[in-house]
Design a protein around this ligand. Structure first.
Ligand SMILES: Cc1cc2nc3c(=O)[nH]c(=O)nc-3n(C[C@H](O)[C@H](O)[C@H](O)COP(=O)(O)OP(=O)(O)OC[C@H]3O[C@@H](n4cnc5c(N)ncnc54)[C@H](O)[C@@H]3O)c2cc1C
Length: 291
């Protein structure tokens, strides 16, 4: 199909971008990697009057650790994040995830900001942001706004971003000692979206008890969600396979999958439980090794 007509601009700064979004409120769409937006435009499922290409806007693509956060710029590609030295050294759950998004071409072009703003119900990043208690930074002409991941994903392809805002950064809490994360994705074949994906972040105390835990789940509801029932099963308890299975059952019960080409409802629920078990096993091992 041939896309509808649209104007195209390539602003040179964030300030210029924000002015365009204000002037053309509701008509403009930001273009980052284009790996979700361009197919939608080609199918005429999206028909923006104006495309605002972010490629010349500097300051949106760094990856750095501060005292409190791992800060990832919105235009960092999946590949840049996967290959980043800090991420490789200290954030194995992010390494798990960034390496299984789509195929190499998708990872070369697709960006974390585009993925999070797009909010596909089966996209991978939201699960991790929910598990780690990340915040999403959105910038408009009136300044910066930080939104907790748990308040950001409102519905299918719907987030808390306003039309006059640019998603500028993702802030993931810095990994403390005795904490570990993991991401388990079930996909039908390499390059596919998740049938189900489960991200967990576990923190242990000196006795090995789970002091805090986050679980983010994708692919099995109308939007990625925090599996609060599974978290409640785990917090304050000693890790064990029996406990992880109980948490997995709670995650499965909280999920709301639809039956489709990736499988029927009961299969997806069973896989949500299994991916939770696997992610928890790995995360706890990593937490024990990060003393
Ligand atoms: C074949 C294929 C396989 C894929 N497999 C997977 C997969 O396994 N897992 C997965 O998670 N994803 C997958 N994707 C999606 C891919 O990760 C996309 O890169 C991602 O969803 C969108 O990122 P983008 O940078 O391409 O954003 P774009 O397509 O440029 O934009 C997507 C949306 O976000 C908005 N947007 C972009 N940047 C910003 C910003 N900074 N602030 C506010 N709004 C913004 C745009 O206006 C648009 O609405 C796949 C895509 C393809 C084509």
């Amino acid at each position: 199909m041939i896309p509808g007509q649209f104007d195209y601009v390539r602003p040179g700064s964030l300030g210029e971008t924000l002015q365009i979004l204000k002037d053309r409120e509701g008509e403009a769409k930001l273009l980052s990697g284009g790996y979700s937006l361009i197919p939608l435009i080609k199918l005429r499922l999206a028909q923006p009057a104006l495309l605002v290409d972010l490629r010349d806007v500097s300051g949106l693509d760094g990856i750095a650790e501060t005292d409190d956060f791992l800060v990832i710029g919105a235009r960092a590609t999946h590949r840049q994040i996967h290959e980043n030295g800090i991420v490789q050294a200290r954030y194995p759950g992010i390494v798990d995830l960034a390496g299984v998004i789509g195929d190499p071409q998708v990872r070369n072009w697709g960006t974390i900001g585009g993925s999070v703003a797009h909010a596909d119900p089966a996209s991978d990043w939201p699960a991790l942001l929910l598990a780690t208690g990340a915040t999403i930074v959105c910038t408009s002409q009136t300044g910066e706004r930080t939104i907790a991941a748990r308040e950001f994903f409102l519905d299918t392809f719907t987030t808390a971003i306003e039309p006059t805002e640019v998603l500028t950064q993702i802030r993931i809490p810095r990994r403390p000692k005795q904490a570990g994360g993991a991401y388990e994705k079930l996909e039908r074949k390499i390059g596919d979206f998740a049938t189900v994906g489960v991200a967990v972040m576990v923190r242990l105390d000196a006795t090995g008890t789970i002091t805090s835990v986050g679980i983010g789940v994708t692919g099995v509801a109308e939007t990625p969600f925090a599996a609060t029932d599974g978290e409640a099963v785990l917090a304050g308890n000693a890790p064990s396979d029996a406990l992880f299975r109980q948490a997995g059952a709670a995650v499965a019960a909280q999920s709301r999958p639809g039956g489709d080409v990736r499988g029927p409802v009961e299969y997806k629920r069973a896989m949500a439980a299994e991916m939770t078990l696997r992610a928890l096993r790995t995360a706890v091992q990593r937490a024990l090794a990060y003393a």
